[in-house]
Design a protein around this ligand. Structure first.
Ligand code: CA
Length: 226
C-alpha cells in the first residue's frame, strides 16, 4: 500500500518509514500539515499515519482540512502520546479512522493500516445479523448471546438465523418447517425439538429468552433486554 507519514519527530518518522518500507510498502513523509495536505491531494495514498502533535497545523486540523477542504476520504491512523478519551473523540470527530497511543508496536501500525485500507476498499462488509445482544456472523458462523459464544446443532442454528433475519416477525410452524426442510415432510416433533434447543441455549438466568412463542400462532424473536 502507499502510505503517507505525517510526523515532525524525525526519529519516529524514520523508524516508521524504515519499517513500512521494509515490509514492501511505498512510503512518503511530511513533517508538517501543509506539506502533508499538498502531498495527500496530489498523490493517491491508500492510508495516512498522522501524528496529533504537529507544529503549525496540528493533526486534528489536518484531518479536518483533508476531509472538508481536500474532500479526501483517505483512511487516517492517528498516533498520539496523549491517551485521554477527549483526544480520542476529538480525533474521530476530525475524521480519523483509527487511533494508536504511543508507545506502539510497528507490527500493530502496519496491521491497523492494512485493516483500514481493506475496509476503505469495501472488501470487508459487515453483514452480521443483530438483535440486542444477540449477534450472528455469517462469515464465521459464530453466534454470540450476551457476550458469550453459543453453539447449536446445524438445524437449530438455521432456525435461529431464519428468525434473526426478520426480528419481531411472527413465523407460523408451517413457515418454519418449509424454511428448514423445504417441501419434504418433517416429523411433527422435529420443529419443536429445535425450538427447545434454541431456547435452552439462549435462556438467561433471569428466565428471559429472545425466542418467544405466540400461542396457537407460531414463534418470533425479540430483544428481551429492550
Ligand atoms: Ca509530534
Amino acid at each position: 500500500m502507499r502510505v503517507l507519514l505525517v510526523e515532525d519527530d524525525s526519529e519516529i518518522c524514520a523508524n516508521l518509514y524504515d519499517y513500512l518500507a521494509s515490509r514492501g510498502h511505498q512510503v512518503d513523509a511530511a513533517s508538517n500539515g501543509l506539506v502533508a495536505l499538498h502531498l495527500a491531494s496530489s498523490h493517491g495514498f491508500d492510508a495516512i499515519v498522522l501524528d496529533l502533535g504537529l507544529p503549525g497545523m496540528d493533526g486534528l486540523t489536518f484531518a479536518q482540512r483533508l476531509r472538508r477542504d481536500a474532500r479526501l476520504a483517505t483512511p487516517i491512523l492517528m498516533l498520539t502520546a496523549r491517551d485521554t478519551l477527549d483526544d480520542k473523540l476529538a480525533g474521530f470527530e476530525a475524521g480519523a479512522d483509527d487511533y494508536l497511543v504511543k508507545p506502539y508496536a510497528m507490527k500493530e501500525v502496519e496491521a491497523r493500516l492494512l485493516a483500514l485500507v481493506r475496509r476503505a476498499q469495501g472488501r470487508v462488509v459487515d453483514d452480521r445479523l443483530r438483535l440486542g445482544q444477540l449477534e450472528y456472523d455469517p462469515a464465521s458462523g459464530e453466534l454470540r448471546w450476551r457476550g458469550r459464544q453459543v453453539t447449536l446443532p446445524p438445524k437449530s442454528m438455521q432456525l435461529l438465523v431464519a428468525l434473526l433475519r426478520r426480528p419481531g416477525q411472527l413465523f407460523s410452524r408451517a413457515e418454519l418447517e418449509v424454511l428448514l426442510w423445504g417441501e419434504e415432510q418433517a416429523t411433527s416433533d422435529a420443529l419443536r425439538t429445535h425450538i427447545a434447543q434454541v431456547r435452552r441455549a439462549l435462556q438467561g438466568e433471569d428466565g428471559r429468552c429472545p425466542l418467544v412463542t405466540v400461542h396457537g400462532r407460531g414463534y418470533r424473536l425479540v430483544d428481551p433486554d429492550a
